[in-house]
Every structure is written in structure tokens, then in C-alpha cells.
Ligand binder design. Structure first.
Ligand code: NAP
Length: 432
């Protein structure tokens, strides 16, 4: 028997469990440990609430979770209640699938002003993540700035622009819907430090901006290179750029403008006691495709600034960390004997949910090579004994099913669920 502990119950964690099941069959026992009392990581608290079709992948993880050789152990923080050393003593392999939950710091003057938030916090707020539910972002408008040209920037801009009716079939939490209902924002400026050809946005997500009820995307036609240059792009990027070119032609006025400001690098945020404006420097591309400042600056008025410039993995005591890359130091997923990393914790915050599937199989291949058939380690009973000595209130997958049902039962008309947003209410919902 092989005993595997996976830390983190998001896509990387469940795909790794699935890969281990396929590789070892009945000869493996897997514990998926999460610091939250709920599973599925980014599926629950990162994927946008109006992207329900993406969230359906959790059904696949549920099928893995309900097998005999996989167990969910929620409400347990590794590195705090239990150390990595203790886990390595109990399991043949410990796989870190903890994602990248922290914002990359926006390192400019004024980034600490009220009104400036990172996307981890803002996305966590509208998704009801217990760490961020109390954020209360400033939404008194009229301007908001979103920094970054990735899909998270698109999510944030779209959430700010949608009407209440457009959230009908979503699982946006009530506190966010209430706050967004009355907001006074009429211009969302998306700052990209490079140009339309360098965006990290995908066509489906970009296309959604063109179909919003009360908002219209705008792009300055002067920002594009000659149209012949688009042929050198890969097909997905060409499609995205074609959508942007379409936005540049849109003349119709709507109450909210989503303005793509390319070649625009934020250099400071200013305001008396809160964010009032972002100081932006015009850029140009260098020969190797980087952004270079031109020295020309201007101000974009904004009471809310959401920085969507990528994420970092949170370090765990005793685990080697690559500070520059913002993830665990690893060689193709191997960190140290018995210790592995997978998903964003291994390779940084890139790719789609599905990218984590081959990642999980890579780790299962490593385990097949590295682990003895039977080391005699304690595995599950050992963890249970340790948790009992620490007095930890463990949440099981059965408990999650009760929380799940309670959230579905209290949903608004048409909404798939109404999430509990604090650890206490989540734990309370196990009572049925
Ligand atoms: P991302 O795709 O890496 O985009 C980050 C953006 O921030 C880039 O445009 C980058 O510009 C910019 N940036 C970085 N540092 C900056 C700075 N100091 N100042 C100004 N701009 C800066 O990251 P993400 O949007 O957080 O997304 C993370 C991953 O999740 C991606 O793989 C994304 O596709 C995925 N995701 C997918 C979906 C979906 O499929 N629906 C939704 C959300 C997220 P440069 O290119 O110039 O560095």
C-alpha cells in the first residue's frame, strides 16, 4: 500500500488524486487535506460566478472524492496545525497542490491606499472566500481601473459591468450582488502595459464583453499594428485581436464604458486619503517585445483600482521556496524526497483548469518511480491520531455534502447556490 497526502483540494489536487487512482488502483490511499472546510479551491472561489459551465468540472472531482481510496480532510492547515515533517513521517508522498492564493505585489507608490485591491482579494470577495468576504471594495465611482491584460482582468471588468439580471443564474454571493447593485461606476479602464498583440486574454472571455446589457468595450484603433501583422499570431490570439479590432469600431453608447488603454503602465496611485487617480506612463514596445516608458504621463481618475497582475504561492515552513518565481522550488514537480508540488504551486499561475490534468499524471509517474510498494508508513490512522491530539475539528466529504445541500437550499430564485462565507457558518451548516 502507498500512502499519499495531497495538500489542497482544487483542480491540481483532484487531478493528482485521479491520476494516482489510475496508476495504482487499489494499492493507494489518498488523503486530500484543505485548510478550508469546503473542497474544490479555485473552482469555488476563483472561477467567476457567472461561468457556471466551468464550475461543472467539480462533478468530476466529486466522483473521485466518493471512491474508497480517496478521503477529504477539510479545516486542517498544514504548516500551522500539522507540519510538513509530521506529514512526511506518516505518508510515502506529500504533494503540495496549494495553488497561488496571494497577489503579486503592485510595487508602485500609493498601492497601499484604500480603494486599491489585488485580484485575489476582489475575486475572493465576490466569490465568498472566507478570507476576503469582508473586503467591502469602494464602488462609488465614477471611474475604476483594472490593471493587467489577462483573463482575470476581464473577469473583474465584466463583474463590475453586469446588471443584476445578468447575474441571475450565477452563484455570486449576496453581499457582492448588494454592493454591485447600487454602484456608481460608469467607466472601467483596463490598463495594459503592452499592446493588443501581447494580451493574455482568450477569445471566449474577451467576446463576452461585446454582449453586455449596459456596458460597451472601447479600443483606440490607433493602438493596433497593421492588420497584415495579425497573420503571424497563433489562431487563438488572432481571434482575440480580431475581437479587439471589432470593439474599436463599435459606436453605440451604453451607460458603462470598458476602455482598453494599451501601452499604458501604472507608475503611481494618488489621492488624499484614498485612491483618486492612477498616474499612467505611455509605453512603447522594445525590439524584444518588452514595455519601455516614453516619459509621457497622464492621470486616470479612479476610486477603485484592482490589480490583476498575477499570483504567488504562499510559502509553507520547511519547504524550499523560489522567491523570484513565487512558487515552491522544484524540479519537474520534485521538491525533496517524498515531497512534490503540482499545478500553480509547481509551475506558477498559468494555464486553464484542464492544464492541471497532465500535471497530475506527471506527479503520479514520479510516484510510481520513486515510492516503494509498501513502506509500512501509518497513513490515514496516523493522521487521525495526530489530528485528535491537536483537537482539530475535521470536515469530511460527507460534511461537505451537507454544506453543499444547505447552500443549494438557501439559493435565490434561479441561482445555483447561496454560499456561506465564513468558517463558522460553513461549519455550522454541517448540522443540516
Ligand atoms: P496573466 O494571464 O498572467 O496576466 C497578467 C497580466 O498582468 C499580463 O497582461 C501582464 O502583462 C500584466 N502585468 C504583470 N505585471 C504587471 C505590472 N507590474 N504592471 C502592469 N501589468 C502587469 O494572469 P491572470 O489574468 O491573473 O490569470 C492567471 C491564469 O488564470 C491565466 O492562465 C489565465 O488564463 C487563467 N484564467 C482563466 C480564466 C478563464 O479561462 N475563464 C479566467 C481567469 C483566469 P505582461 O504580459 O506585459 O507581463
Amino acid at each position: 500500500m502507498r500512502h499519499v497526502a495531497i495538500i489542497g483540494s482544487g483542480p491540481a489536487g483532484y487531478y493528482t488524486a485521479e491520476a494516482c487512482q489510475k496508476t495504482f488502483g487499489d494499492a493507494v490511499r489518498i488523503d486530500i487535506i484543505d485548510r478550508l472546510p469546503v473542497p474544490f479551491g479555485l473552482i469555488r472561489s476563483g472561477v467567476a460566478p457567472d461561468h457556471q459551465s466551468i464550475k461543472h468540472v467539480s462533478r468530476r472531482y466529486e466522483a473521485v472524492a466518493l471512491t474508497d481510496n480517496v478521503r477529504f480532510v477539510g479545516n486542517v492547515t498544514i504548516g500551522d496545525q500539522i507540519s510538513i515533517e509530521e506529514l512526511l513521517g506518516l505518508y510515502d508522498a506529500v504533494v503540495l497542490a496549494t495553488g497561488a492564493p496571494a497577489d503579486r505585489p503592485l510595487d508602485i507608490p500609493g498601492a497601499e491606499l484604500p480603494g486599491v485591491v489585488g485580484s485575489a482579494a476582489f475575486v475572493g470577495w465576490y466569490n465568498g472566500h472566507p478570507d476576503h468576504a469582508a473586503l467591502a471594495p469602494v464602488l462609488d465611482g465614477p471611474g475604476a481601473v483594472v490593471i493587467g491584460n489577462g483573463n482575470v482582468a476581464l473577469d473583474v471588468a465584466r463583474i463590475l459591468a453586469k446588471t443584476e439580471a445578468e447575474f441571475a443564474a450565477s452563484d455570486i454571493v449576496a453581499h457582492a450582488l448588494d454592493a454591485l447593485r447600487g454602484h456608481a461606476i460608469n467607466r472601467v479602464t483596463i490598463l495594459g502595459r503592452r499592446g493588443p498583440h501581447q494580451i493574455a486574454m482568450t477569445p471566449k472571455e474577451l467576446g463576452e464583453l461585446g454582449h453586455l446589457e449596459r456596458a460597451i468595450p472601447r479600443v483606440d484603433a490607433a493602438d493596433f499594428p497593421p492588420i497584415e501583422d495579425d497573420t503571424a499570431l497563433d489562431p487563438g490570439q488572432r481571434k482575440s485581436v480580431a475581437l479587439l479590432r471589432g470593439f474599436a469600431e463599435a459606436a453605440k453608447a451604453k451607460p458603462i464604458e470598458i476602455l482598453f488603454d494599451f501601452f499604458a503602465r501604472p507608475v503611481a496611485i494618488e489621492g488624499e486619503s484614498r485612491a483618486e487617480r492612477v498616474i499612467v506612463e505611455r509605453t512603447r514596445l522594445t525590439a524584444d517585445g518588452a514595455a519601455e516608458g516614453t516619459g509621457e504621463t497622464y492621470a486616470v481618475p479612479a476610486g477603485l483600482v484592482v490589480s490583476c497582475i498575477g499570483y504567488r504561492t504562499s510559502p509553507i515552513p520547511g519547504v524550499p521556496f523560489d522567491t523570484r518565481a513565487g512558487r515552491f522550488a522544484n524540479d519537474e514537480g520534485r521538491i525533496a524526497p517524498g515531497l512534490y508540488a503540482v499545478g500553480w504551486a509547481r509551475r506558477g499561475p498559468t494555464g486553464t483548469i484542464g492544464t492541471n490534468r497532465p500535471d497530475g499524471f506527471l506527479i503520479a509517474e514520479h510516484l510510481a518511480k520513486d515510492l516503494p510498494d509498501d513502506s509500512g508508513k501509518a497513513g490515514r490512522p496516523g493522521l487521525d491520531a495526530l489530528l485528535a491530539t491537536h483537537g482539530v475539528d475535521v470536515v469530511t466529504f460527507r460534511d461537505w455534502q451537507l454544506i453543499d445541500k444547505a447552500e443549494i437550499d438557501r439559493a435565490r430564485d434561479g441561482a445555483p447556490r447561496e454560499k456561506f462565507t465564513s468558517i463558522e457558518t460553513l461549519l455550522g451548516a454541517r448540522g443540516g
